[in-house]
Design a protein around this ligand. Structure first.
Ligand code: SF4
Length: 305
């Protein structure tokens, strides 16, 4: 849950999620749509799908694997998570390498090669950080101390080297280049995509929704019907051609959303109708009532069309 966000933002989601699914077994036996609904608002929905699949794999195995290799084989578990769980939960002497640990390593060894190409080299060097016997004996404490060092003293812009227990051995500090490490290749410009979404509401307050495809971006998520998201701008005629039914669609505004790999401009067209069934709505759509709950918006699947 904490990927790309802060503890403060995640805390209420975490509490609600663990209350709803208090055990691995409860999560494994839950309906996937319920898991996705509990995740709604956190973004990166493949994590929710993977977490659900992972819980099912753990239940099928009869418990959590306790080494890096076994953890790595679970759905959605990459090298960082496998190493973090192995070190923190099971006392395996490995170093989990996240962005903070990468930065500390680049500075300790004064690695000036830019990211992302330097990532492999930094991961190999990070594996040597726990070489001394005390670190080997306390893998969980060592991993968490390293995370804390990276998120506090060894901060991205202004490392507090004078307070750092490693400043005597830190090559980046000695060379006076710590604050500028790790170097990064310039970012490629983010492409822009365009699309349109259709907001149809009936007299009972239901909104017309559909489910996205099982694979690809935002897989299996509930969404407003709409056009493809493409690099070329849409004209109004083509947009209205993609509407779920013929009606007096009115342009209601434009939404901008920045994904990691593209920026999306979505023109929203809206209409109010008496009842969806009076219109020739194709299969795959459903009406849902909107509920305001906590910080998020939930949809009550009131009635299939
Ligand atoms: S001495 Fe400075 S740059 Fe080196 S690890 Fe410590 S805080 Fe980071």
């Amino acid at each position: 849950m904490l990927q790309q966000t802060t503890v403060k933002a995640v805390a209420p989601y975490y509490l609600r999620f663990t209350e709803k699914f208090p055990t691995v077994q409860a999560l494994a036996s839950a309906d996937r749509d319920d898991v996705l609904a509990a995740w709604a608002g956190l973004g990166y929905y493949s994590r929710a799908r993977n977490l659900h699949a992972c819980a099912q794999a753990v239940v099928a195995l009869g418990g959590f694997p306790q080494d890096v290799q076994g953890l790595r084989a679970l759905p959605g578990i990459g090298p960082y998570t496998a190493a973090a769980v192995a070190a923190i939960a099971f006392g395996v002497p490995v170093v989990p390498v996240d962005g903070n640990v990468e930065r500390v390593t680049a500075r300790l060894f004064a690695i000036t090669d830019p990211l992302p190409p330097a990532r492999k080299k930094l991961a190999q060097l990070a594996m040597t950080l726990n070489a001394d016997s005390e670190a080997q004996e306390r893998p969980s404490d060592f991993a968490q101390a390293l995370f804390d060092l990276g998120s506090s003293l060894c901060s991205p812009r202004a490392p507090a080297c004078g307070l750092c227990p490693w400043h005597g051995e830190c090559a980046g500090y000695k060379q006076g280049i710590a604050a500028e490490l790790p170097r990064k290749l310039p970012k490629a410009e983010r492409p822009v995509r365009y699309g349109a979404a259709f907001l149809a509401q009936d007299a009972a307050g239901q909104i017309l929704l559909r489910k996205r495809a099982e694979k690809g971006l935002l897989a299996a998520m509930t969404e407003l019907p709409g056009t493809d998201w493409r690099l070329e701008k849409w004209n109004k005629e083509d947009i209205l051609h993609a509407a779920p039914f013929v009606a007096d669609w009115q342009h209601a505004g434009r939404v901008k959303h920045v994904f990691t790999h593209f920026t999306l401009y979505l023109d929203v067209y809206a209409v109010r109708v008496q009842h969806f069934s009076n219109h020739s709505v194709s299969d795959g759509f459903f009406g849902a009532r909107r509920l305001r709950k906590g910080h998020g918006t939930a949809f009550c699947y009131a009635k299939m069309l």
